[in-house]
Design a protein around this ligand. Sequence first.
Ligand code: FAD
Length: 301
Amino acid sequence: MTETTPSAPNAPHTPAISFEFFPPKTDEMERSLWETISRLAPLAPKFVSVTYGAGGSTRERTHSTITRILAETSLTPAAHLTCVDAPRADVDDVVARYHEAGVRHIVALRGDPTSGIGGVYAPHPQGYKSSADLVASIKRRHGDIEVTVSAYPEKHPESASFEADLDMLKAKVDAGATRAITQFFFDNDLYFRYLDRVRARGIEIPIVPGILPVQNFKQTANFAKRAGASMPAWLASKFDGLDDDPETRRLVAAAVAAGQVQKLAKHGVDTFHFYTMNRADLVFAISHLLGIRPQGAQKAA
Ligand code: FAD
């Protein structure tokens, strides 16, 4: 496990951060995730979230990752949960198990259609019809669970319009969500324009930018295409010619993400969510550039 030297407390206006992990598939991936968690825990994130595989495919692995975080660290875990392809009773059972284990934060999502991103979504016949229904049910059954939801600065690819997209966000907030994390984006103007729209719609919850350090440009570009997130030409040109040069790619990725968060911070953004892809180095460096220093008291795995 990596040792981190504790340093002075963060300055008063240092941004708050959170980290997202995915549940590991193999023992090797599990070891690597826990090294990552050990390295990042001293940065004292507000919470760390663990994703829920497509269609609930990682239900048990998400649960065991979350419960291990609770048992072995002083981090606050947030469990992602989707309602696609599952009867309400199953989803309620997952939430009840989390509540019993001591989890008090859920990232509540609809999930992608079984046929994959871009397919047609149909709710399970006995399932929740939408993410807003899921949020309402979690809050009704467990008022002490904090619920975070998704937000889409470039609108969700299935949304007919920005208005329809904002209607869904509003419904999720009315159902009890108190924070939204955005899909990743690379052009900060998209985030600020979206924030203007959200506020104009009367939605006041924090809209936390989701920051994706580009660990692998080709993979990111493929995923962005399916998720309806744009990849600016300037970004492609920064990674041009680096396919066989992972070292330089990592340095470029750190510089790009650091530039993005520092510009957002300069314009008043004070909370960031990092899609870590279960790797610590880039996210640790970017957090450092935001002024975040390891805090001594954190129990780090
Ligand atoms: P919703 O808020 O339910 O919908 C988004 C938009 O799509 C709405 O604004 C609405 O306009 C439109 N829409 C929704 N349903 C319909 C419909 N039936 N017809 C027409 N338009 C519709 N996926 C996972 O599988 N596991 C995860 O752990 C996970 N974590 C995520 C975390 C974040 C921060 C984000 C941004 C996404 C995550 N996703 C995850 C992806 C998400 O499940 C997909 O984007 C999914 O397609 C939409 O679910 P949602 O809850 O984000 O969207």
